[in-house]
Write a protein that binds this ligand. Structure first.
Ligand SMILES: Nc1nc2c(ncn2[C@@H]2O[C@H](COP(=O)(O)OP(=O)(O)OP(=O)(O)O)[C@@H](O)[C@H]2O)c(=O)[nH]1
Ligand SMILES: [Mg+2]
Length: 191
């Protein structure tokens, strides 16, 4: 699949995740700074579509990007950003849980973005639990794989998969675009 057009259509803070055109959605969730926005930029080939943060944890909206007038990529605010207040952090996590559990929108795939070097964090595990409980289609993107020695890619990915209950894990680098074709073909399969 080729991405021919990508445009920002809306940013919302909680509330209504549906869209007027009801196009399919693919959601990008993950810890703050794991690279969600960078992965979306890398997938679309547009460096500045989504602001990647020098100041992590700033985004509070879920941002919708319409692709090829065919589907949406939804960039969620990152969770677990340490410099936020605990109340703020909890609010963010609750909103994501709500989306996973009660929203009338069922995303085609939840892409859980993690830092390949860091692996799964406690909050990622909590997310996984809610994702699985609600029978979502899940793919873990082990981003920043460019920082892992090539000889360790396979074992790293296997280790993450095992820890996540044999979930599908794709190695990715938003920097080198490693893994882009695999992710795009996973999306294409479900269009
Ligand atoms: N080396 C490397 N750096 C990356 C990669 N992806 C993202 N980064 C860097 O990681 C930092 C965070 O990236 P973002 O895309 O802003 O992360 P985010 O998950 O959207 O962060 P929040 O919006 O705060 O939740 C930035 O400095 C990026 O340049 C990657 O694949 N490789
Ligand atoms: Mg971001």
């Amino acid at each position: 699949m080729k991405i021919l057009s990508a445009k920002f259509t809306k940013g919302i803070v909680g509330g209504d995740y549906s869209t007027n055109d009801n196009l399919l959605q693919f959601a990008f969730l993950g810890r703050s700074n794991s690279g969600k926005s960078s992965v979306i930029n890398s997938l679309t080939g547009q460096k500045k579509l989504v602001k990647a943060s020098k100041m992590p944890g700033k985004t509070v909206e879920a941002n919708f990007f319409k692709i090829n007038d065919q589907f949406y990529l939804v960039d969620f605010p990152g969770y677990g950003f340490a410099l936020r207040s605990i109340a703020d952090r909890n609010r963010m996590i609750k909103r994501i849980f709500w989306y996973l559990e009660f929203s009338n929108v069922k995303p085609r795939i939840i892409f859980l973005i993690i830092d390949a070097n860091v692996g799964l964090t406690e909050l990622d595990r909590e997310m996984l639990e809610v994702i699985n409980k609600n029978n979502h289609n899940l793919i873990i993107i082990a981003n920043k794989i460019d920082k892992v020695a090539k000889t360790k890619w396979e074992s790293k990915i296997q280790e993450i998969s095992k820890e996540a209950g044999n979930a599908k894990v794709l190695g990715y680098s938003a920097k080198t675009h490693q893994g882009r074709d695999e992710v795009l073909s996973e999306i294409e399969k479900l269009l």
